[in-house]
Design a protein around this ligand. Structure first.
Ligand SMILES: [Zn+2]
Ligand SMILES: [Zn+2]
Ligand SMILES: [Zn+2]
Length: 420
């Protein structure tokens, strides 16, 4: 985001000049490699203030896909998994049938969904890891996971063994971090395992170094935000457990107290939330069907009632949730008036960034780091959230046009409205 921030401190122990050269050469390399791969977008380093930005190389219409991307690494949240939101260990695809998921989340075992042909789940393709029995949505996911990180992280027959170091690590995390989760310790474990298993370690390290970095003070603020006020002690426990379990020479700097905190800050700052659900896929497919007017109304009514019931019983916890690191998407800057949005159209962790309006060649592609709800709040509230979570002050056109508004949070505004 901010080039200065990007350049000042990192989890690497280079001196500052070396770091500068490394960053610049990396950024150039990454820009070049992305140029090769993407006809639609390119990374620009022109803006000194914002650091990297993503620029459109074509004209796009509303709803066009600007680019699609797989994460470098992703992981389901641990409480989410614990509460039986069954997802593919590799791609986070929701594994339950839409009907079973609806039954679980409405606590109604008799519920039957109409139009079963709209359910895409194909359980005949599922495969288990032969060692630990963890489930993948297909052979390809199992193969990729094994090649990338699972050889290191596979717990074999000890998946439920309280004494297994990885079990302890996950248990520790669940005890520190209650839902709603914003990160999983397994995302960090997978990063380390990726390095461990990689045949080209410098390549994978370069890809990690492409994410936005933070200063020591910012690390502290981000980790505080992620783990709560008394984060020092649990963080140290996690660091020791992680070191005992997965220590790797190539990234020894990740295991120092400072480096470990930076690693947390990195996933806190760059991690993108992912959600998948068999129910939403079923709903989407139902909506696509060419049904007779009467039938359509009936289905719409059913879906409305289903969502009402889901919300009543399970609140906002409907999806298989996790987070991941996306190289290209992480170069998209924020705007409170974004021209693009992130979607997960395939019920897995493959992201598609979609145009919200016409975008012309040479225009910067901006997404919103804020939820739809936060985006509608006052400038002061938006900037407060962005500052706390992403460490920058937004200067988007909307914020600039509201610069003269009083410094009030949305709640204060609402209170004022109530008094009127
Ligand atoms: Zn999968
Ligand atoms: Zn396994
Ligand atoms: Zn803004």
């Amino acid at each position: 985001m901010l080039l200065l921030v990007l350049l000042t401190v990192s989890i690497f122990t280079f001196d500052i000049l070396e770091l500068f050269n490394f960053e610049v050469s990396f950024a150039k390399k990454m820009a070049a490699s992305i140029k090769e791969k993407h006809d639609n977008v390119e990374i620009s380093l022109e803006s000194l203030k914002k650091g990297k930005s993503l620029i459109s190389k074509k004209n796009f219409n509303e709803e066009d896909i600007l680019f699609e991307e797989r994460p470098l690494v992703s992981s389901q949240f641990l409480w989410n998994e614990f509460y039986k939101y069954e997802a593919c260990e590799y791609c986070l695809r929701s594994l339950e049938t839409a009907e079973n998921q609806s039954r679980r989340l409405t606590e109604d075992p008799t519920l039957t969904l109409p139009l079963p042909e709209c359910d895409e789940t194909d359980q005949s393709k599922y495969v288990n890891c032969p060692q630990c029995q963890i489930t993948y949505c297909c052979q390809e996911c199992q193969k990729r996971a094994w090649e990338e990180y699972h050889q290191t992280l596979c717990m074999g027959a000890s998946r439920q063994d309280e004494n297994h170091p990885l079990y302890k690590l996950q248990e520790m995390w669940r005890n520190i971090h209650f839902p709603p989760e914003s990160c999983s310790i397994m995302l960090i474990a997978k990063m380390i395992a990726l390095v461990k298993q990689s045949k080209n370690k410098s390549d994978i390290l370069e890809r990690f170094s492409g994410f936005v970095k933070t200063t020591i003070n910012e690390d502290e603020a981000l980790v505080h935000k992620m783990m709560g006020e008394k984060f020092q002690e649990p963080l140290e426990m996690l660091r020791q457990q992680m070191t005992d379990t997965l220590y790797e020479d190539t990234v020894q700097h990740w295991f120092t107290p400072e480096g470990f905190r930076s690693l947390f800050a990195l996933v806190g700052r760059n991690g993108q939330g992912i959600g998948s659900s068999s129910i939403s896929t079923w709903v989407k497919n139902c909506e696509k069907l060419d049904l007779a007017e009467e039938k359509k109304e009936e289905v719409d009514l059913f879906i409305d009632k289903l969502y009402e019931e889901l919300e009543k019983v399970s609140g906002s916890f409907l999806d298989c949730e996790g987070s991941g690191l996306y190289s290209l998407q992480s170069t998209c800057n924020h705007s409170c008036l974004p021209n693009a949005e992130i979607t997960f159209p395939y019920n897995n962790n493959i992201m598609a960034v979609v145009a919200k309006e016409q975008i012309a060649t040479g225009q910067e592609i901006c997404i919103s780091y804020l939820s739809e709800c936060d985006l509608s709040r006052s400038r002061h509230s938006r900037q407060k959230i962005l500052k706390e979570n992403y460490l920058f002050t937004c200067e988007c056109p909307k914020c600039l046009s509201e610069a003269d508004d009083p410094d009030m949070t949305s709640e204060e505004e609402e209170e004022m409205d109530d008094e009127d």
